[in-house]
Design a protein around this ligand. Sequence first.
Ligand code: ZN
Length: 331
Amino acid sequence: MRKQYVKRNRLIAGYWLRRWLLATFFVATFLVVPADTAEHKLQVVATIFPLYDFARTIAGDKADVSMLVPPGVEVHSFEPKPHDMSRINRADIFLFTGRMMEPWAADLLKGVTNNNLSVVDVGHGIHLIEESGNGEKNGQVGEAVPGTRFRTHQDGQDPHIWLDPVLAQKMIDTIASALASADSANRGYYVVNAENYKAKLRALDVSYTAGLSSCELRTIIYAGHFAFGYLAERYRLDHVSPYKGFSPDAEPSPREIAEVIRTVRRTGASVIYYEELLEPRLARIIAGETGAKLRMLNGAHNVSRDEMISSSYLSIMESNLAKLKEGLRCK
Ligand SMILES: [Zn+2]
């Protein structure tokens, strides 16, 4: 009788001990991992479309990536609003291309109070070329002769690094390492995504090299602000544009427009390229004078809301290559 009583007491004590251990375990778990940390996804804000597209590809489902400049807005004339600062204050990572592309970023960041924000200059480590314009050489307006590269050294450096598929790979590395540092638990995931994407960029580079190797013409006639300086340099192309510098608001002079028309006639070019998101008024004038066709060569600065889902940096670049091959009459 007594033996049974002790055994029963031991069983009850064991039961309560197990309950106590289990409860302690749960309490300890919540103390070590706060509830919101388990749920918290890395928040990434990227200024313009190429950075947004690169970041979302690397981040996959492990981070929330958003674009600061609204879809469809011309990025060169963008000015941040107070609510943009609040968005950055709530973010973990802020990605921008560099001071030439987003000159407003420095001032915007001065107002940011989030000490944990990682600010990433995605152009870091990339050598910027001096801004290329049309015909400004030694202070004189030079003639646009095929095979000659025109440069002006007075308006700064060219910010359009993403349009070179080789430099884009460097940008991928920078973004991937920022994500991995901020979220080391998913480092392997980011590294694999970045490597897969770089393989696609290498394939894009191979397509451009092969596609543009044997062309009747090598001069891109561009009736907008010329964003393809790095791409032209990579694939040994020349260009003429009536715009000096990178401000799409600048008005070219009649003399500069006449110069482009002369170049179209002399080279026998049959395609005039124009830029995305802007009315191709000037391109139409030049096309009207020369009988050339119009094609949009997309600098991928920004896209419409629909295109944020339907298109990507890669699809834009593939489409650009097809248009270049048509306009330059490549085999
Ligand atoms: Zn631009």
